[in-house]
Design a protein around this ligand. Structure first.
Ligand code: UDX
Length: 437
């Protein structure tokens, strides 16, 4: 298939590279010349495991091309919309500027039989408007809404082997013909038995935000339990293990800690609340307000724990923060709980040094007033307390005996409940965690 991908960020770059791996001819289009230049050299402008290899492979075959020239996508039969929908400044709602400009760029390229495929996360109702614009521009073209569920850090795997495919589409012959073309794009996954759900446009748009709302709720649920555990001396990790054995509940996404961040969950639940308000059903999602505030409270609690451990004040105290990315295997710092806690402590007068295996450059751009260290050894040198805020495997595997030699005071606060308290205490550390005695 000849495919275009509009938007070459976390979603689009991975999608473009993976589509080439599946045997298609792909042109990736973006408005940021530096990103296009990097991608054209086979370099990912962000860290995503497996992506550089796929880029290099695709570019070498000549079937993967990146450009800022939208007209070069005119040969494509299928145009994917993969642009971002960030939170609007000062509002809960999603900013659809990039979606609108991608659609405006695609419309003049459409030929009869072409398919526009929406993957970006949008407020329900957006796809219906885009479908209308597509119909007006080219009556022989169709829109299918095909939300993306990829997780950063596993984006390549999630795109090549999705756990489901959702097609939001009209029930017409031409929509079915468009869906058949999309089936060809995903032929490998479909042959592997990937479940496909065909739905109307509204349902397809809701699937994505409903999934992210559920995941956020699961995390905030366990973090609310962590608050109960803190008040009672119980252990939230054991609690999660025990309830997780119930197959109806499941253990995944029940890791209590400093909470969720990133470019998706926080802004998606807020945009969902904003949209529910517009639709007059804001009460249906009022629980998400609580999910959001439980999540934000964890960051405050983390700073409070650091203050407690420093004897009531963090002013002038040397604090080492392990982790800046919003989660491991990513250099993404958007709404990162780790950086938010680090910055808050710095603003309150602490001397904070942050380290991260991949996200330091991004973090420095956003918070230049923080100190950064390339290695754990440098970050913790002379520290009076360490906060582990992103559970990179190299931090989870730290040797408490060896690390003790480097710090001023052996005190660690485990913001991700990923260390073994027994081992750390045995090595002479004061170990604190969220929701654990
Ligand atoms: C998420 C969804 O998982 C994905 O399906 C969707 O398409 C985009 O949003 P992503 O943002 O990459 O993906 O990260 P995810 O792995 O979901 O983690 C989100 C946040 O939740 C991270 O900050 C993570 O640290 C946190 N988290 C996750 C927890 O605090 N506890 C958990 O048990 C799991």
């Amino acid at each position: 298939m000849r495919i275009s991908v509009f938007g070459c960020g976390y979603l689009g770059a991975v999608h473009a590279a993976c589509m080439t791996r599946l045997g298609h001819d792909v042109i990736g289009v973006d408005v940021i010349p530096e990103h296009i230049a990097a991608l054209s050299r086979g370099e990912a402008p962000f860290y995503e495991p497996g992506l550089p290899d796929l880029l290099a492979e695709g570019i070498a075959t000549g079937r993967l091309v990146f450009t800022t020239d939208q007209s070069r996508a005119a040969d494509a039969q299928i145009h994917f919309i993969c642009v971002g929908t960030p939170q609007k400044a000062g509002e809960y709602a999603a900013d659809l500027t990039y979606v609108e400009s991608a659609v405006t760029a695609i419309l003049p390229l459409l030929k009869p039989g072409d398919v526009v495929v929406g993957k970006s996360t949008v407020p329900v109702g957006t796809a219906e408007r885009i479908a209308e614009r597509v119909r007006m521009a080219q009556p022989g073209a169709e829109l299918i809404w095909n939300p993306e569920f990829l997780r950063e850090g596993f984006a390549v795997e999630d795109t090549l082997k999705p756990d489901r495919l959702v097609y939001g589409m009209a029930q017409t012959d031409s929509a079915r013909a468009a869906a058949a073309l999309l089936d060809e794009v995903y032929a490998v996954a479909l042959a592997d038995g990937t479940p496909k759900v065909e739905a109307d446009l509204a349902t397809a748009q809701l699937v994505k935000v409903a999934a992210n709302s559920f995941l956020s709720t699961k995390i905030s649920f366990i973090n609310a339990m962590a608050e109960l555990c803190e008040a009672t001396g119980a252990d939230v990790s054991l609690l999660a293990d025990a309830i997780g054995h119930d197959a109806r509940i499941g253990r995944r996404f029940l890791n209590a800690g400093v909470g969720f961040g990133g470019g998706c969950l926080p802004k998606d639940i807020r945009a969902f609340m904003a949209r529910a308000g517009e639709l007059g059903v804001d009460q249906a999602l009022s629980f998400l307000r609580e999910v959001d505030s439980i999540n934000m409270r964890r960051r405050v609690r983390m700073v409070d724990l650091a203050r407690e451990e420093c004897g009531g004040s963090i002013v002038g105290r040397r604090i080492a923060v392990l982790g800046a990315a919003f989660k491991p295997d990513s250099d993404d710092i958007r709404d990162s709980p780790a950086l938010s806690v680090a910055a808050q402590m710095q603003l309150q007068g602490a001397r904070v040094t942050v380290t991260d295996p991949k996200a330091i450059d991004n973090a420095r751009k956003k918070w230049p007033e923080l100190s950064f260290a390339q290695t754990v050894a440098d970050a913790v040198a002379g520290a009076e307390v360490i906060l582990l805020l992103t559970e990179w495997p190299e931090y989870v595997g730290l040797d408490p005996v060896e690390l003790r030699e480097r710090v001023a005071v052996p005190r660690i606060i485990d913001g991700r409940n990923c260390l073994d308290p027994v081992a750390w205490r045995a090595a002479g550390w004061t170990y604190r965690a969220l929701g654990r005695p």
